[in-house]
Design a protein around this ligand. Structure first.
Ligand SMILES: [Zn+2]
Length: 464
């Protein structure tokens, strides 16, 4: 255990948050200790587990908030949830020891009894304290049958436990004491980050709108699994990574005492004192708010993917069917050609359901609704004009959390199909790769916008 804790402390010498968190999740965190946890009675691991969890907390606070305030009990709980529950998948031993030994001892007890018939004790009597402790940590609204726990595999016990933790976290004072508008935005982020996409089958028909589903598709968490490699375009700067994590873990960028300042985007009258979390920054409709840069970051990533998968894309293609942009014709964000040579205009948008104006509305309570609406509006506005000009029209809509529409997802399916065929790769692997890259691009675009407003002014970063 001491070796593991020393390894954790050594991580801080790397100075690269994206690499540190990748190592923490896959190599140096609690996964090194799972076997020990499964085979050691929880009563004998309490002190060591506490030291390990303290080391984890040291890393989080040092890497994310430079040992300042901002990373509290709520954030520590959230990081310990699996990624599929909206966390970072960096588990604490105090949680894991609740069910690892229980599952292991329970599943091997019958075999032990057959090998050693002299064992007369009853399994449920031996595990009574562990069962009591597990049940004590389960939220009343989460259905868990105590009588079935002894036959349940560790994976399912973990699912029950972390589902319950998610519910408990939603009742945390950090959320319940927040202003109503902030709470609305934060609920959206938590729900979005806890959504997982359905798996897809390969798209056979290369139609622009081919899709098995019309539901919005979450690309909210795949970026966390992107290997931080500069050559693959998957490296986030320290600031980008931290900004994206701040948004996911609901860490404020500014403290309450920070002097009020007017939003400098032209035409906007909002005050910075209301924007500790960056939700206004991401939603601001004023000029110069860098939403265009956010949009371009995502479109550039999509263009790269289309270029390497045989779609012969043209970026900012001169077309005459998307109306005027000021005095000049508005270009297509990307123009692609399908296997018959027919051109398709791709028009991207990245919207934000986190604004005060949308707080507690359908847009902030229904995941993906806003980008779905934006997508429909674009179709209504441009599809007919494009058709008349001989082009197909394909909107690529997502929101700042990473939710995208089924139309955008269908395009990613097509790219994945082409990637799989060209690289002799299973479709599922190709789709994961494509989704991961777009998920990362959305986070990069959003993070860069946040950094522009909150950094490098030292009073705004690391001085919460
Ligand atoms: Zn503004």
């Amino acid at each position: 255990m001491n070796k593991c804790i020393q390894s954790l402390d050594l991580l801080l010498e790397l100075k690269d948050p994206q690499v540190i968190y990748m190592l923490l999740r896959y190599c140096l965190g609690s996964n090194r200790l799972i076997y020990r946890l499964r085979t050691t009675h929880p009563d004998h691991i309490g002190t060591a587990a506490k030291l390990f969890d303290e080391a984890l907390l040291r890393i989080h606070t040092a890497v994310l908030v430079e040992n300042g305030p901002g990373f509290g009990d709520f954030q520590f709980e959230l990081t310990s949830l699996p990624i599929s529950n909206g966390g970072l998948g960096i588990h604490r031993l105090k949680d894991l020891k609740l069910f690892t030994f229980l599952a292991s001892f329970s599943s091997s007890f019958d075999l032990s009894k057959r090998m050693f018939p002299s064992i007369s004790a009853d399994k449920s009597a031996l595990l009574q304290p562990q069962l009591d402790e597990f049940m004590r940590r389960i939220h009343p609204s989460v259905t868990v049958d105590r009588n079935e726990l002894l036959g349940t595999p560790q994976r399912l016990l973990a699912q029950s436990f972390f589902s319950s933790q998610k519910v408990i976290l939603r009742e945390h004072p950090y959320l319940s004491n927040a202003d109503a508008n902030i709470k609305s935005a934060q609920s959206y982020i938590l729900d979005a980050c806890a959504s997982t996409p359905v798996s897809r089958r390969p798209v056979i028909v290369l139609s622009p709108t081919a899709s098995a589903s019309t539901a919005p598709v979450p690309l909210t968490s795949q970026w966390l699994s992107a290997f931080p490699n500069e050559g693959l375009g998957q490296k986030l700067s320290s600031l980008e990574f931290r900004a994206a994590i701040y948004l996911r873990l609901l860490i404020p960028f500014r403290n309450n005492q920070f002097p009020s300042r007017q939003c400098t985007a032209k035409g906007c009258t909002a005050s910075y004192s209301n924007d500790r979390f960056g939700y206004h920054t991401l939603s601001c409709g004023g000029k110069g708010n860098r939403r265009t840069a956010r949009h371009d970051t995502i479109m550039d990533a999509l263009f790269q993917l289309l270029s390497t998968t045989g779609f012969h894309p043209v970026r900012n293609a001169p077309v005459f069917c998307l109306g005027l942009n000021g005095a000049s014709q508005r270009p297509a964000d990307i123009l692609i050609y399908d296997h018959t040579g027919a051109p398709t205009c791709i028009d991207g948008t990245c919207c934000s359901p986190l604004s005060e104006a949308k707080a507690n509305s359908a847009s902030s309570s229904t995941l993906g609704l806003l980008c779905q609406t934006a997508c429909q509006q674009k179709v209504h506005k441009h599809e007919e004009d494009c058709r008349r000009a001989g082009y197909s029209f394909l909107p690529f809509s997502c929101d700042v959390s990473g939710f995208s529409t089924h139309t955008a997802s269908a395009l990613l399916d097509r790219i994945a199909s082409s990637y799989a065929a060209r690289n002799d790769t299973p479709f599922g692997c190709a789709l994961n790769l494509i989704r991961r890259k777009i998920s990362l691009a959305i986070q990069r675009g959003v993070a860069r916008q946040l950094i522009h407003w909150f950094h490098p002014r030292t009073e705004a970063w690391g001085d919460l």
